[in-house]
Every structure is written in C-alpha cells, then in structure tokens.
Design a protein around this ligand. Structure first.
Ligand SMILES: [Zn+2]
Length: 242
C-alpha cells in the first residue's frame, strides 16, 4: 500500500516516489502527497515529473477494488513506466483551499452542535471555497444563518490549533466527543483511528487534510440556508477570501 504522507503532514507539497504500478491512465506510487477523494473532500491534482518526462495528475481516488491510491493522469501524455523515480507535486493553491474549506466545515459542525444542539447529517465541498453541511434541525431561517455565521467567525478568529491524532480504536470509542460523531460506525479493521481536533471547537474522526490553525481559514460567509426535508436543513458556506 502507498504511504499516505498527507495524513501525517498536510503541508507537504511534493515528494519523491517510485511508480509501483500503471493502470488504465492511472499510476500507483509507493508514497504520495496526493489526497484521494473522500469524506466530502475533492481528490488532489498536480503533476508527476521524471527524467525526460512529465504528466499532469487530473484527480486522485481510492480504488474500490483494492483500496490503492490511484493518480489519474492526463491521457494526452504517456504516463511514467513502473519502476520510474518521480517527483509528485500538488496543485498547492487548490489543495490549500480544500484544507481551509474542510476545517471551516468541521468548525461549522462544532459550532452548530455546541451552540444549537444539532447533529450533522451530511456534507460536501466544491471548488472555489464553497461547501455545504446538512443538520438535524426542525427549521432554518436566514436569521439563523446570520447567527451561525457570526458565531463561527468568532470561534475561527480565536486561532486555535488544529491537531491530528492517531488514537487507538478502544480509546476513540470511549471519547464522548467522538461518540457524538458516530465513531463506532468506522469499520472495525481501522485501528488506530485518525482524529482531527480543532481544539475547543470540534473533534471528529476524519481522513481529510486540514490547516494547522483555525485562523488560517479566515472569515467564512453563510451564503444560503435551505430545507432539504423534515429534519434535514442545509447551510451553504463560502470562504470570504477563497
Ligand atoms: Zn471532514
């Protein structure tokens, strides 16, 4: 399996790696900084360079068949052969925006839970620093959106650290913050469990890449509130400075 460097250090922009397999217009590396699409966060794009060649990476996913991290390469250029030493470099601007957006979403879920008691039912990120999150709320209004926006920005501006922990499964299952976010639903084979802790704001099991402090998110705007069903209310956010 590929060593997923991004899970321990989300600020790595590039790494040296070896091609261990070439699939249909896709490449598997022995180590990578590319995050594979998942948990609402888009897959990374960028470039692979090697002696005498380079090709674009258009998307990164996890194979449904064997769980390998698969770098989809631009079909207009030949991919590197198995065994080639490459440098894998991210489209950092795009990825950093995903990191800020992802941390904003976690902070949003923490604020809505602690201040309004509502649990998350779903969420997703788009490009452009836009994202949505759905909550178990009976009703939602524009005023509620304004209120959430204000409280969220106050908490983000506290500039608290965002920590990555790898907790033994038994410890994670006993953590009350993690119980709320249904940590028990994570497949039993996953141990340790990776946890993102926006200290004092939100803590949940997560595979995504995040910024190192809440201040790096900047200000966030609530751009839309809408009902998606009886107990399912949606808040759409955008980074003020995407
Ligand atoms: Zn997440």
């Amino acid at each position: 399996m590929t060593d997923d460097l991004y899970s321990r250090d989300s600020y790595l922009r590039s790494c040296d790696a070896a091609v261990i397999e070439v699939r249909d217009e896709a490449v598997v590396l022995d180590r990578t900084v590319f995050y594979p699409r998942g948990g609402g966060q888009p897959g990374d794009s960028g470039v692979l360079r090697w002696e005498g060649g380079e090709c674009g990476v258009t998307d990164t996913t996890k194979s449904h068949d064997d769980g390998e991290i698969v770098h989809a390469v631009d079909p207009s250029t030949p991919p590197p052969k198995a065994g080639t030493s490459v440098t894998a470099e991210l489209d950092w601007e795009r990825r950093f925006q995903h990191m800020r957006t992802h941390t904003a979403l976690h902070a949003l879920s923490g604020v809505v839970f602690t201040e309004f008691g509502a649990k998350v039912t779903g969420g997703n990120m788009d490009s452009g620093g836009v994202a949505r999150m759905d909550f178990e709320l009976d009703g939602i209004s524009q005023e509620f959106g304004h209120e959430v926006e204000e409280r969220l920005n106050v908490r983000l501006a506290e500039n608290v650290p965002v920590r990555v922990h790898f907790l033994p499964r038994a410890e994670a299952l006993a953590d009350t913050d993690l119980i709320r976010t249904k940590v028990s639903l994570i497949p039993e084979s996953v141990d340790p469990i990776r946890v993102i802790d926006i200290v004092g704001i939100d803590k949940q099991a997560d595979g995504g890449t995040h910024v190192a402090s809440s201040g790096e998110v900047g200000r966030v705007r609530v751009i839309k509130t809408e009902s998606k069903g009886k107990a399912n209310k949606r808040i759409r956010i955008q980074l003020e400075d995407p």
